[in-house]
Design a protein around this ligand. Structure first.
Ligand code: SAM
Length: 508
């Protein structure tokens, strides 16, 4: 049964309404007087319910309004009153249903849409809430609470630029409490506007933040702002002056700031942070590589030490972060294409297999999947999936140098982003693919050069470069443009490229 039918099925029938009305007449003289004065039963019941509710008895008001609704089935106010009384008794799902029925009868009340959005948010229906808030704002664009709620809903769905716009409008219409200023600070933070975010947090602070999490975000925003104009040592001093104490170890704060500043394109400030950190840990492979990437110093590929260290550290939270937070869907897109196009293969090499997200989607009885990866942490997670025939810890190019086996398919999902120059990789794939075998790779794309190192430490490639390298050993079958994953400023643009090994006898 649907939610609406379910809610309606709980309404009383006429005989039981008649019994209740007799009872309520006896208990509430004003109600009895109204009926004697020929006030319609439904209207008299609604008035009684509102009075009972205002005296604190929302549960009895629900019963009365349910009866009133049966008697006045086309009165939007009875639906919305019943919804309110249900909400007051904690029955939010039902409240939402009755308010939606009220809105079906009369959709012109902005406040009702706003209330409906609130119930949707409480039920975790953020998208429905956004629709309702937009309706409220169509009717009344001056409804500051609708802008604020829409901003917060956008913050929840990680639409940070939209969140900034809505919260800004809500704040323009009416000054709000500290929490709204803090939400505005957070939206600005995620959209990468450091100075405006720091100011919004200061506004929240001035209005009395007490929440510890918000407080620490406020302080971090102040540190970031200071880092835009000061070297890390002085910025830390400013931070200490604001906090009055040192909350986190300086290196961990500057490390966090480094990652934020580099991903949002604050290159000089990020490089200052990298220098500061490298003074303390000159051999840190992650920092050294990311600092090189920030300086645009292109290497052939990310060094093994970086890959190993980074992915070993990352393996426990990889899926939660990549799939959950960054909405990485490359394996799903590849698997869907394999299925819809009927791409068939028995043996498959999963290059940079990671935790096995790709193999999990394509494994089937009789299919032999070999996974190769540098990171033992990632390989351990892949092994837990029990979908690989063989797992090998190796760097991809070294693997190609030694392997003698051939495969019917080679897949590299989100791996070429760690390899700039793809010439050797393409030659290795040509060597290991049987005639007609499939080579499926994802890339982040650029127009600027054959390949380019990004501040994230990932490489982007020009599709024409891949096409050129496919040369006379592969046919280029299909390119699917796709978002690879979220990054700080939106989605990383990319593509999935499907190639086929040409006949090895004619194209060795
Ligand atoms: C972003 S993850 C992708 C994992 C997996 N393909 C997926 O789609 O979930 C990249 C993986 O490639 C591995 N990797 C990167 N460069 C490599 C290289 N040169 N040799 C071997 N493994 C590499 C990393 O260790 C990591 O596990």
């Amino acid at each position: 049964m649907g939610q609406i039918e379910d809610a309606l099925s709980q309404l009383p029938d006429m005989p039981s309404i008649a019994v209740h009305i007799q009872k309520w007449r006896a208990s509430y003289p004003a109600f009895d007087a109204n009926l004697r004065a020929d006030v319609e039963e439904g209207k008299a019941l609604r008035a009684l319910a509102l009075s009972v509710w205002s005296n604190g008895d929302a549960a009895t008001a629900v019963q009365m309004l349910q009866a009133a609704l049966v008697l006045c089935p086309s009165d939007p106010w009875v639906f919305s009153d019943l919804s309110g009384a249900l909400a007051a008794t904690g029955r939010i799902e039902e409240a939402r249903v009755f308010l939606s029925l009220s809105l079906n009868l009369d959709s012109s009340n902005a406040q009702r849409w706003l209330l409906f959005a609130g119930y949707c948010l409480q039920c975790g229906e953020t998208e429905d809430a956004k629709i309702a808030l937009n309706k409220a704002l169509e009717i009344n664009p001056g409804l500051d609470q609708a802008w604020i709620s829409l901003g917060i809903a956008c913050l929840q769905t990680k639409e940070f630029d939209a969140a900034v716009q809505c919260l800004r409008e809500g704040l323009r219409l009416n000054d709000q409490g500290s929490l709204v200023h803090a939400c505005y600070g957070e939206a600005l933070f995620h959209s990468g506007d450091v100075p405006a975010s720091a100011q919004a947090y200061r506004n929240a602070f001035a209005r009395g933040i007490s929440d510890a999490t918000v407080m620490s975000k406020h302080l971090f925003a102040q540190l970031l702002e200071a880092l835009l104009t000061q070297p890390p040592a002085s910025a830390l001093k400013i931070y200490e002056n604001v906090t009055g104490l040192q909350v986190d170890p300086p290196a961990s704060l500057i490390n966090k700031a480094f990652h934020f500043l580099s991903s949002y394109g604050y290159r000089p400030a990020a490089l200052n942070c990298a220098r500061y950190l490298l003074e303390e840990s000159p051999n840190d492979p992650i920092l050294s590589y990311l600092a090189d990437a920030l300086r645009g110093e292109v290497t052939q590929r990310a060094p093994d030490a970086y890959i190993t260290e980074f992915f070993d550290q990352f393996s426990d939270t990889f899926e939660e972060k990549l799939v959950g937070l960054l909405q990485y869907r490359v394996p799903e897109t590849i698997a869907k294409e394999i299925e819809t196009r009927g791409i068939s293969f028995q043996s498959c090499l999963d290059l940079g297999c990671g935790t096995g997200l790709m193999a999990q989607l394509i494994h089937q009885p009789g299919r032999l999947i070999t996974g190769v990866d540098l990171s033992s942490g990632m390989l351990a997670k892949a092994a837990e999936r029990k979908v690989y025939t063989t797992l090998i810890q190796s760097e991809i190019h070294r693997y190609f140098e030694t392997v003698t086996q051939t495969f019917d398919a080679i897949i590299a999902a989100d791996v070429l982003v760690y390899i700039g120059d793809l010439q050797a990789l393409m030659a290795g794939a040509a060597k290991c693919l049987s005639s007609g075998g499939h080579l499926i790779v994802s890339v982040e794309t650029t127009q600027k050069a054959d390949f380019e190192i990004l501040p994230s430490g990932r490489f982007a490639h020009r599709l024409e470069y891949l096409q050129r390298l496919s040369g006379d050993q592969f046919s280029l079958e299909r390119i699917i443009p796709t978002n690879i994953r979220r990054d700080a400023i939106g989605f990383a643009n990319g593509a999935i490229v499907f190639m086929r090994r040409l006949d090895r006898d004619r194209h060795p």
